[in-house]
Design a protein around this ligand. Structure first.
Ligand code: SF4
Length: 315
C-alpha cells in the first residue's frame, strides 16, 4: 500500500515535472488531476511504490519480479519488424542483429553464456518483431532453458506472426510467458486469445497513449472477459529514435529527472496510465494491471548496474 510520505514526494515531483520552465504549453491542471487520480487509486487499494511510480492492482507478472530487482535483461533478437509504430524507439535504419544485456553476439549460445556470466534471472526476448525469425527464437529459448540456473523467459511480440503452430512450438521449447504489444495492431486481441490456449502467463504490454485512453479502457474490459491475467502499461516517452514522429503526433517530453535513462516521459501519459489503473481497480474482475513508469525503469537501471558491477567483481 502507498504511504503518505510517498504520496507527498510523488505529488511534488509530478507538479514540478508538469510545470518545467521552458515547456511551451505546460498544463497547469495536470498536477491536480494526477493528485485526484492517486487518491482514487489509494482508496481502491492499489499496491506498489509511489516514489518510483511503480503501481499495480493485483499481482505482478512472474518475469517482472527479477527484472524489478535488477536481475533481468533484454535479448534483442532482431531489429526488423512487421510494423512501424509512431512510438517505436528502435534504431533506424533497422538492423538484423542479436544483442543481449547490451552486448552484441553472433549465436544463441553466446547469448546464453552472457546470461549465465551475469547471474541473470529473467530474459525478455524482444525486437523488432522476433517471430520474423521463429526458428531463431526457438533456438534461443532452448539454450536458455538448458542453463543450469533457471531463468524466466518471456517473449515480446506484436502478434503478427503468433499463429498456433508457432505458439505450440514456443511452449514446447520452454518459453514461460508471452507479451503482446496490442498498440502495434490497433488493439486487436485475437493473438492473445490464441496464446491463452498454450500459456498461463499471457501479458499485454502497451504504452499508455493519451489519445487512445477510451480504446485502452475497452481493451481492459475485453482482456478481463477473456481471462488474460496481466496488462503492463508503460509511460509514453521520447527518445532520439522516435522524437520526430512523436512530435508529428503531438507528443513532447519534459525532463523527468531520470538520471540513468536516455529517454524522457510525455507527462500526459502518466495521467492516462493512472486513469487506466483506476478503471481496472474499479471494473476488472481478475486482470492485474501494472504501471511500469519511466521512474520504475530508472530504478531498475540503478539496481541492474549495481548487480552488474557485483557480478563483474566476482572471481
Ligand atoms: S511492433 Fe514494436 S518493434 Fe515493431 S514497430 Fe511497433 S514498437 Fe517497434
Amino acid at each position: 500500500m502507498l504511504r503518505d510520505s510517498d504520496d507527498l514526494s510523488w505529488y511534488a515531483r509530478k507538479a514540478a515535472l508538469a510545470l518545467t520552465p521552458g515547456r511551451e504549453s505546460a498544463d497547469d491542471g495536470l498536477p491536480r488531476r494526477l493528485e485526484r487520480l492517486l487518491l482514487r487509486l489509494r482508496a481502491a487499494g492499489v499496491k506498489g511504490d509511489a516514489s518510483t511510480m511503480t503501481l499495480f492492482t493485483r499481482r505482478l507478472p512472474p518475469g517482472c519480479r527479477p527484472c524489478l530487482a535488477g536481475r533481468g535483461t533484454n535479448l534483442y533478437a532482431t531489429g526488423l519488424c512487421t510494423r512501424d509504430c509512431f512510438f517505436c524507439f528502435n534504431q533506424k535504419p533497422r538492423k538484423d542483429e542479436l544483442v543481449v544485456h547490451g552486448i552484441g553476439v553472433k549465436t544463441p549460445e553466446q547469448a546464453a553464456e552472457i546470461v549465465e556470466r551475469y547471474g541473470l534471472r529473467s530474459v525478455g526476448i524482444s525486437g523488432g518483431e522476433p517471430l520474423l525469425f521463429a526458428q531463431r527464437v526457438l533456438d534461443i529459448v532452448r539454450v536458455l532453458r538448458a542453463l543450469p540456473r533457471r531463468v524466466t523467459i518471456d517473449l515480446y511480440t506484436n502478434g503478427d506472426r503468433a499463429d498456433e503452430p508457432t505458439l505450440r512450438a514456443l511452449r514446447q521449447a520452454g518459453l514461460d510467458g508471452i507479451r503482446f504489444d496490442l498498440a502495434a495492431r490497433d488493439y486487436d486481441t485475437s493473438p492473445v486469445e490464441r496464446a491463452l490456449a498454450f500459456f498461463q502467463d499471457v501479458t499485454v504490454e502497451i504504452p499508455a497513449v493519451p489519445r487512445d485512453v477510451e480504446r485502452q479502457r475497452r481493451m481492459i474490459g475485453e482482456l478481463d472477459e477473456l481471462g488474460v491475467p496481466f496488462l503492463n502499461l508503460h509511460e509514453l516517452f521520447v527518445s532520439p529514435e522516435n522524437a520526430q514522429r512523436m512530435k508529428a503526433e503531438g507528443y513532447e517530453a519534459v525532463d523527468g529527472g531520470h538520471e540513468r535513462l536516455l529517454w524522457q516521459p510525455v507527462p500526459e501519459s502518466a495521467e492516462a496510465a493512472l486513469e487506466l489503473l483506476v478503471y481496472a481497480c474499479e471494473k476488472a474482475r481478475t486482470l492485474s494491471v501494472y504501471y511500469c513508469s519511466c521512474g520504475t525503469q530508472d530504478a531498475i537501471s540503478r539496481r541492474g548496474l549495481a548487480w552488474r558491477r557485483r557480478a563483474l567483481a566476482r572471481p
